[in-house]
Design a protein around this ligand. Structure first.
Ligand code: SF4
Length: 261
């Protein structure tokens, strides 16, 4: 594919050949100096509804959804509903749908929590959180990604050491049967600071999870989320007592692009 076609796609995601690692590297360079809205607009023009926003309703996701809405970019949007989310998280999903006039698809695991307990024993998150996350998060996400060419996330470099080097655009291998293929991961919020996120949310009156006002900075499933102390990184309250720092949705695919940031 020529540089020109990266710059000026005309087909809106229909029948476009996959991006190569070199093209993704070139785009990543360009995106470093572009706004989130410009990056999202490029994604919509390039992939159309073969790109989707995944959100767990952290601050960055809220800002990104608002920016997409303001720019008139109707990306499909999904969330992973593990069956173990806080009631406050489920409530904010509904409030956000009303505020932004969008529908957020809930991706469900194959097993209900009760069925998981019956099959694997009680409180799997206390005994094998990696397996629990695989069943309740990674597998539903894999199924959704199978229908996409690009997954848009709210990852930020400032969140934790494991996220310090995320690219604004990255290329991954999505394992599949019988064939694997490449998929783009777009992180248009990578450079945002926590302060900028919350300034934006307050300025625009965007509904957010009230647990953020009660000492929770990164909010996931109820059994695995705790308040953080002053000085902790943003994700320190997740899987307290385990060495686990990521649920697996951002680590199950192999990355084909590695850039110096
Ligand atoms: S975050 Fe905890 S409860 Fe949620 S899927 Fe992972 S291990 Fe299970």
């Amino acid at each position: 594919m020529s540089t020109e076609s990266i710059n000026a796609p005309e087909l809106s995601g229909i029948g476009l050949p996959p991006l190569t690692p070199a093209e993704v590297a070139e785009l990543d360079q360009r995106f470093q100096s572009q706004s989130t809205t410009e990056i999202l607009t490029w994604a919509w023009n390039y992939f159309g509804n073969r790109a989707a926003i995944g959100t767990s309703f952290q601050g960055a996701g809220l800002v990104m959804l608002h920016l997409a809405r303001e720019a008139g970019l109707p990306f499909p949007t999904f969330t992973l509903d593990t069956g173990l989310l806080f009631p406050e998280t489920l409530a904010v999903k509904q409030r956000l749908e009303e505020f932004l006039c969008i529908k957020i698809e809930a991706l469900l695991p194959d097993l209900t929590v009760a069925e998981q307990t019956e099959a694997m024993g009680p409180d799997l998150w206390l005994r094998d959180p990696d397996l629990c996350c695989t069943v309740r998060k990674v597998m539903p996400l894999q199924r959704r990604l199978a229908d996409l060419d690009a997954w848009i996330t709210g990852l930020r470099r400032e969140q934790s050491s494991t996220r310090a080097n995320v690219g604004i655009i990255e290329l991954y291998t999505l394992e599949g049967h019988p064939v694997s293929r490449d998929i783009v991961k777009l992180n248009p919020m990578a450079n945002w600071t926590r302060t900028a996120i919350w300034d934006y949310i307050r300025q625009h009156g965007i509904p957010y999870n009230p647990l953020h006002d009660q000492g929770y900075r990164s909010i996931g499933c109820q059994p695995c989320t705790h308040r953080t102390a002053v000085g902790d990184n943003e994700r320190a309250g997740r899987w307290t007592g385990f060495s686990k720092v990521e649920c697996g949705i951002h680590t199950f695919m192999s990355k084909k692009t590695n850039f110096e940031i």
